[in-house]
Design a protein around this ligand. Sequence first.
Ligand SMILES: Nc1nc2c(ncn2[C@@H]2O[C@H](COP(=O)(O)OP(=O)(O)OP(=O)(O)O)[C@@H](O)[C@H]2O)c(=O)[nH]1
Ligand SMILES: [Mg+2]
Length: 173
Amino acid sequence: MSKTMILAVGGAGCNMAETIMRVANAHWVKEATYLFADSDMERLSELGKKGFETLSLQCDSDSFPTDKLKGVEKLYILAGLGGVTGSKFAEIAAKAAQSDGVENVALIVTIPFVFEGSGKLGKATEALKSLSDLPVKVLNNEELTERYPDINFINAFEYSDKEALNAIESGLL
Ligand SMILES: Nc1nc2c(ncn2[C@@H]2O[C@H](COP(=O)(O)OP(=O)(O)OP(=O)(O)O)[C@@H](O)[C@H]2O)c(=O)[nH]1
Ligand SMILES: [Mg+2]
């Protein structure tokens, strides 16, 4: 088991992690331990059927079980801000990991595209405030539309997933 863990939280986090496993260049990223955490049981069961390690989260809970983080030395937490699960549990997971002795913790979170609407953007901005005392890399999806002229509604999140991979491979920890 790798001492580097990629912890996916919520729908976006899980999608990012699946893309990352598939397209990562660096061996240490491909061979990291992946853990998929979500409150969406249908999605978790789908991930479980693919053979991935899953962790079920309860939206009305304020705790994150750290049993599966034993032995982890570097932890990357992935989430998209703007929904409920990722916005809430990215912070809770990071703090739980830190107080459980995981030495290196980095969050990689995204801010929604403008096309997703002001509601999501507002929620994301709010969630981001709660991460201010944590080591966090913020990826603003809207910036991708400037860098990649061929971006559209269909491929937008794939670009966002790959941006998260770039952040990890650029040596955040
Ligand atoms: N990179 C990437 N971002 C995504 C994807 N799907 C959604 N997002 C982004 O993540 C934000 C939060 O959405 P989700 O992750 O689906 O929400 P959640 O954390 O699962 O929260 P709830 O489903 O509301 O409990 C969205 O507003 C999008 O900006 C994806 O497949 N990849
Ligand atoms: Mg969800």
